[in-house]
Design a protein around this ligand. Structure first.
Ligand SMILES: [Zn+2]
Length: 349
């Protein structure tokens, strides 16, 4: 569910002090998730029944199938041992800072017991940042590829070793207006036409104009009546790629700077796509006047239950596409619930 016109101070917190006042304990967090998941009242994820009783432990007892259902069942909070107050604070830090937060930073700022806990938490949030049905890019769309990561900038051009090939696309503002619109970034196996075609059909609406360099893969990738192609011959123009395709090149440099800065270049190829998803999630909402709105949007997605597959339950508690956990001990942080202050500085020696 997506709220149509969420209001600050009513549907989402306006600042950190609001956040802490709204969600002093896990009960308040759970009620917020309940409201996001079932704005019109409980609906059983198993049988669809809307009749249920509230149990003492906060779960529902479904009147239809008699199952016990918790608000977090099937969501990214399913079975978590981390207090919801910590989850909320992490979401807030991740969404309200322009450059997000890293697992290391979260670990330090929230005083979490282990780096691994904060790493896993951020990853679960990243998992829900891509929605398959999201609206495709449209209008005039710049497109190009770049390499991300690797050891050091060494070999140039297509095929540099140790790097991951990433394709980017960004909407140009309509004629007469400055700036750029929404964007996408995706890892691709190669710059062949089939691969580009796949990216284009998944991310760019038919009827759009695709502006790219004159790489030979594009004409084939864009063949057919669905897209118009505006190829730019960079060599012949005497200009640089970043001058001719300024939007997508800015997107590349911002995302690389973010990976180098916030994450200190420590992102491995296996996880790069989910980091790119996080980057795009914030980038596409960069004009939001209230950063708290992103917090709401993230939690809305976080409570969208994924269908529980039989395989997941019986045989495969960790699907292969789930990122591997970093090494190190696991521990669970204490709650961030607020206790009455005892003014420790008064009793300190
Ligand atoms: Zn039921």
């Amino acid at each position: 569910m997506m709220l149509d016109e969420p209001k600050v101070g009513k549907h989402y917190p306006g600042g950190l002090s609001d956040l802490r006042a709204w969600f002093p304990d896990d009960g308040a967090c759970l009620d917020y998730l309940d409201w996001l998941r079932w704005p019109d009242g409980f609906a059983c994820p198993h049988c669809g029944s809307g009749v249920a009783w509230r149990l003492a432990d906060g779960r529902y007892s479904c009147g239809g199938c008699k199952r016990r259902v918790s608000v977090t069942a099937g969501t990214i909070f399913h079975g978590t041992r981390t207090p919801l107050t910590v989850w909320f604070e992490a979401a807030w830090l991740m969404m309200t800072s322009k450059s997000g937060t890293s697992a290391l930073n979260l670990h330090r700022v929230l005083g979490l017991g282990s780096y691994q806990t904060s790493w896993a938490m951020l990853h679960r949030y990243r998992d829900v940042m891509v929605v398959p049905a999201r609206e495709k890019l449209s209008g005039a769309v710049e497109m190009d590829e770049t390499f991300i990561g690797g050891v050091k900038p060494g070999k140039r051009g297509r095929g540099a070793a140790g790097k991951v090939l990433v394709v980017g696309a960004i909407e140009r503002a309509p004629q007469g207006r400055r700036g750029f619109g929404r964007a996408r970034l995706a890892i691709i196996a190669s710059a062949k036409s089939d691969t580009l075609r796949e990216f284009i059909t998944a991310n760019i609406a038919p009827g759009s104009i695709v502006i790219s360099d004159a790489l030979s893969s594009y004409p084939n990738a864009l063949a057919g009546p669905d897209y118009e192609h505006d190829p730019i011959n960079i060599k012949r123009s005497g200009l640089q790629a970043h001058q001719l395709l300024p939007g997508v090149h800015q997107l590349f440099s911002l995302s690389k700077r973010w990976l180098e800065g916030t994450h200190q270049g420590a992102v491995e190829g296996d996880h790069l796509q989910s980091y790119l998803d996080e980057f795009i999630f914030r980038f596409n909402r960069r004009t939001a006047r209230q950063r708290g709105l992103l917090f709401l949007r993230l939690l809305e997605r976080a409570v969208e239950a994924k269908p529980i597959r039989y395989l997941d339950i019986v045989a495969n508690p960790r699907p292969a596409d789930r990122p591997h956990r970093p090494p190190g001990p696991r521990s669970w942080p204490g709650t961030l619930a607020v206790d009455p202050l005892d003014r420790p500085w008064r009793t300190a020696k």
